[in-house]
Design a protein around this ligand. Structure first.
Ligand SMILES: *[C@@H]1O[C@H](CO)[C@@H](O)[C@H](O)[C@H]1NC(C)=O
Ligand SMILES: *[C@@H]1O[C@H](CO)[C@@H](O)[C@H](O)[C@H]1NC(C)=O
Length: 173
């Protein structure tokens, strides 16, 4: 079954500036200033650990070599490495995911990341990917093979589809 398993890695990054220092993009639609913090909510990322207590493990996540289980309705599985799993990512504006697709039509359904650009590299298999521009609606699609990289620009609806069927696989001796 190993050959039927298709894998893509992608990372999500907020828009970067070429300046050597920059403010991160806001993670919320707005942030109305108020003079008294007791009526405030904390929004931008999570609270920061005391740097004196920070250890190497805070920047570490193991196990991205383990396939996700694709036995679900859409036939795909996203293993997210975001700030909930890798605390050192907090406020850095980047995350990573492993995508596994079931053979014969595993699908990561159309969706959007309103504040992040996505870049994907195919590690194994054959993937049909695409995105739609907002105005006018133009569809850009491409068939990707191992080693291919594709970028989904910030905010645009996109999808990935495993078009490789078991019968089309070469014989493995
Ligand atoms: C971190 O350690 C330094 C040196 O001991 C100390 O001056 C500083 O207050 C500590 N910072 C925090 C946030 O505890
Ligand atoms: C994805 O795979 C993990 C690991 O096998 C599993 O725990 C999880 O339920 C799967 N998610 C979906 C949506 O199938």
């Amino acid at each position: 079954m190993k050959s039927f398993h298709f894998l893509a890695l992608l990372s999500l990054a907020l828009a970067f500036s070429f300046a050597s220092a920059f403010d991160p993009s806001p993670l919320q639609d707005f942030c109305v200033a108020i003079p008294e913090p007791k009526n405030a909510v904390f929004v931008n990322g999570k609270f920061c650990k005391n740097p004196n207590l920070t250890v190497a493990e805070d920047f570490f996540f193991p196990g991205l070599n383990v396939p996700g289980n694709t036995g679900n309705r859409v036939g795909s599985n996203v293993t997210l490495v975001n700030v909930d799993k890798l605390f050192g990512l907090n406020t850095l504006g980047i995350s990573l995911a492993r995508l596994d697709f079931a053979p014969d039509g595993g699908l990561n359904p159309p969706h959007t990341h309103p504040r992040a650009t996505e870049i994907l590299v195919v590690v194994e298999g054959t993937l049909y990917v695409g995105f739609v521009t907002s105005n006018p609606n133009r569809l850009f699609t491409k068939i990707l093979y191992p080693g291919d990289v594709f970028v989904f620009p910030i905010g645009l609806i996109h999808f990935q589809f495993n078009m490789q069927r078991p019968m089309q696989l070469p014989l493995l001796v």
